[in-house]
Structures are given as C-alpha cells and as structure tokens.
Design a protein around this ligand. Structure first.
Ligand code: ADP
Length: 399
C-alpha cells in the first residue's frame, strides 16, 4: 500500500511518498513560491538524482498536479500510474477541541476544519487548500487529516485554561491547544523504546526546537502541558516568533507605534524571536556562528533562546513532579551541540549530567547525550512527523 503525505503551507507544499509494506520512503519533495511565475518544484526520488524545476504554479491544485506528474514521470517517477497511490495523509495544524485523533476527511470534517479558520487564520486555510487540491486531482482516493493539536487534547483544564473571563472560553473557545503534537508523541514513544521502559511509567519532557519551538510535559504517554497556546505564538522564543510576553505590551505597542491588528500580528509572528534580537538572522546556525565570532546581539539572542528552554524544563519538571528523560528534536534540537549544552548546563539540580563528548558526536540517529551516572536521561531523537501521518493514514484507511 502506497501513501502520499502532504504538508501544505500558504505558499508551499511538502510531500513524501511511502510504501507502507515496509515503511520505506519512495520519494520526497517540495513546491515553494506557490502563486508565482517562478515557483520551484524540488523532487527527490530515492535512489535517483534530485530534480529541480522552475515553473509558473499559481495555486495549490496546480502544485499537486505537478507533483503527481513528477511521481509518474518516465525518468524521475516512482510509479507507473497515479492509481498506485492508495490514500493521502494531510498535516492539519489546528484541530481545536473537535479532534483528539486523526480522522478520515468527510464533508463534516471539512466543515469543522473551516470553522476553525477563525482561531487558526494563518494555518488552516492552507491545509484546506491541500485537501481540496488532492480531491480535485485524485477523485475517490481517501484523505486523512492528522492534527498538530490532537496529542495535546489530554491536557486538563488546569493546564489549558487561561485566567480570563469565562465568556471568552465559552463563546470563542479561547484556551491552550498546543502544537507539534505528532512530533512530541513520536519522539516520546521512541524515547521510551530507546530507554527500554514502558512509556506508561515515564515522565518525559520533549523539546521540539526548530524554526517553531515548543516543549511538552508527558506523563505516562499523555501530554499534560505544552508551551504553545491557542496559536503557535505562545511559549518559547522562536526563529521569528516572540513566544511569551506581557500581554499588555500588545495594546501599548499598537498605541505608541500606531500599529493595526494585522501589523502587530505580523510583528510578533514574523519579525520577532531570534531574528529581532540578533538583528538579522532567524537561523540558529548563523546566530551561533556570529556569536562565536564575537557579535554581542547574537550572543544575547542565543542566551535568551536557551535560557527560556531551560526555564520551561524546570517548570515542566515541577508539573510532572520529576523527570525521567529530556528529549531534543527538530532542526536545532537534533543538530546544535551548543544549544543542547547551554540548555542542560544548569539543570544539575534535577540530576541532569550532560556528557559533552556524547553531545558532540554523530547526527541523524537516536542517541543518549547524558552520562551513565545522570539521574535523567538526555536523548536526541530525530523527529519524523511524516511517518506518523503515513501510519495514521494507513491505520484509518485499512480498518
Ligand atoms: P521547521 O520548524 O520549519 O520544521 P526545522 O525543524 O527544519 O524547522 O528546523 C530548522 C532550523 O534548524 C533552521 O532554522 C536552523 O536554524 C536549524 N538548524 C539546522 N541545522 C542546524 C545546525 N547544524 N546547527 C544549528 N541549527 C541548525
């Protein structure tokens, strides 16, 4: 059985194709700059060379059409016909409190995803474009929606409610939802396997540190608290997002700088975080390099970024009443020796002991970076959100 996994953004679309008989990736790729005459399609068939095409792609339906053409291309393709694709799995960012797991896409489900545009205006419309584009290009093929929020639906009101008037929760469902759920779930399950203990008896703190950053407290396999909120803006400092700040700053800055709602949203989501403090880059590689070369702004950005992760680990150790394992994942978490070192440097009070040699060696595989004597296991686990989506799609369409 072959499954296509789609992750649609507003102007981009990433894809992977799996043969689920052995969970083997057959091809991966992405379309960037959708909406432009110079859109870029990058296609990477496994075992063959990469193809890059610059071509006009004005909307998602054409993007999917081009991807499907590539998947059956005589030279670069991996299938003889599109009929070989049995189902499609979609990453949908916001499932609100309507979805606590992945679902088959029906008219009802689409209506609900659209209803959630209100609280996820930056994300859910793109997911719907992806679903609609597949329905048009592949009629009759089942679609499955996998939500970033679903894993966190186990949170208790104590963790998910905000201390604001009840009416805002009742009328508008304003509460914490949390994101990166497929990633937190996947790496926590892998971590339990790595340690060799059942997840049902573990206290795990997972740190997904990429462009977006979030930490989750996981008790016995269930998310009990997570740093992102009603939207992915809350919590840790990110590439271009502010993370936590005093909410009074928003009306104050709007008043002083004469900012509109759109402008203030744009500022907090796209022009804050590492980029704002370093004075240029939102890329942790560049920030670290500049810091090591002596740039003071980059050092402040790095220090704020890592200090805040450390604070959240402390908070979640309190939420869990202890911690057995801390897991680093995603672009920065999997690759940055410096970030992991800085985060773990002052967690001795929890019994964390980092092994600096282990921390430096190897990339792209699961590893322990704590010492053998450390009371808390510190692990690096590469995330694989696409595999979770493919597995859920397989399970739902074959049951
Ligand atoms: P996204 O949240 O967009 O999925 P990723 O998880 O791919 O992002 O993470 C992207 C980020 O990972 C980049 O912005 C970059 O800062 C960081 N990154 C990748 N490789 C390294 C590295 N070797 N050292 C430090 N940071 C890295």
């Amino acid at each position: 059985m072959n499954i296509l996994v789609i992750n649609a953004g507003s102007s981009s679309l990433k894809y992977q194709v799996y043969n689920m008989d052995n969970e083997e990736v057959l091809a991966a790729g992405r379309v960037e700059r959708i909406g432009m005459d110079t859109a870029i399609l990058t296609h990477e068939p496994v075992g063959k060379s990469e193809v890059r095409e610059v071509t006009p792609i004005l909307e998602h339906t054409t993007a999917i059409r081009k991807v499907l053409d590539m998947l059956v291309h005589a030279e670069h393709g991996v299938f003889k016909s599109i009929e070989e694709i049995d189902a499609v799995g979609h990453r949908v960012v916001h499932g609100g409190d309507s979805f606590s797991g992945s679902v088959l896409v029906t008219e009802e489900v689409k209506k609900e995803i659209k209803r959630l545009f209100d609280i996820a205006p930056l994300h859910n419309p793109a997911s719907m474009l992806g679903i609609a584009a597949v329905e048009l290009n592949m009629p009759g093929v089942p679609n499955v929606a996998v939500f970033d929020t679903a894993f966190h639906q186990t949170m208790d009101p104590v963790a998910f409610r905000y201390a604001i008037p009840n009416v805002l929760y009742r009328k508008h469902r304003i509460r914490r939802y949390g994101f990166h759920g497929t990633s937190h779930q996947y790496v926590s399950e892998r971590a339990a396997k790595f340690i060799g203990r059942p997840i049902e008896e573990l206290k795990i703190i997972t740190c997904h540190v990429g462009n977006g950053v979030s930490c989750t407290a996981i008790l016995n396999g269930k998310s009990v608290d997570t740093s992102m909120g009603m939207t992915p803006l809350e919590g840790l400092m990110m590439g271009t997002r502010s993370g936590d700040l005093d909410p009074a700053i928003v009306p104050f800055a709007m008043d002083k700088e004469d900012l509109s709602l759109t402008e203030v949203n744009f500022m907090l989501n796209k022009h804050s975080g590492l980029q704002a403090i370093s004075g240029g880059s939102s890329d942790m590689r560049e920030v670290t390099e500049a810091m090591l070369a002596g740039d003071a702004n980059s050092k402040l950005a790095f220090d704020m970024f890592t200090y805040r992760i450390r604070k959240y680990i402390g908070a979640y150790a309190a939420a869990l009443d202890g911690v057995d394992a801390i897991v680093f994942t995603a672009g920065v978490g999997e690759n940055s020796v410096e970030v992991r070192e800085a985060v773990c440097s002052k967690l001795n009070f929890l019994g964390v002991e980092l092994d600096s040699e282990r921390n430096k060696t190897g990339r792209g595989f699961e590893k322990r970076i704590s010492t053998d004597a450390s009371k808390v296991e510190v692990l690096v686990i590469p995330t694989n959100e696409e595999l979770v989506i493919a597995n859920d799609t397989y399970r739902i369409t074959t049951k």
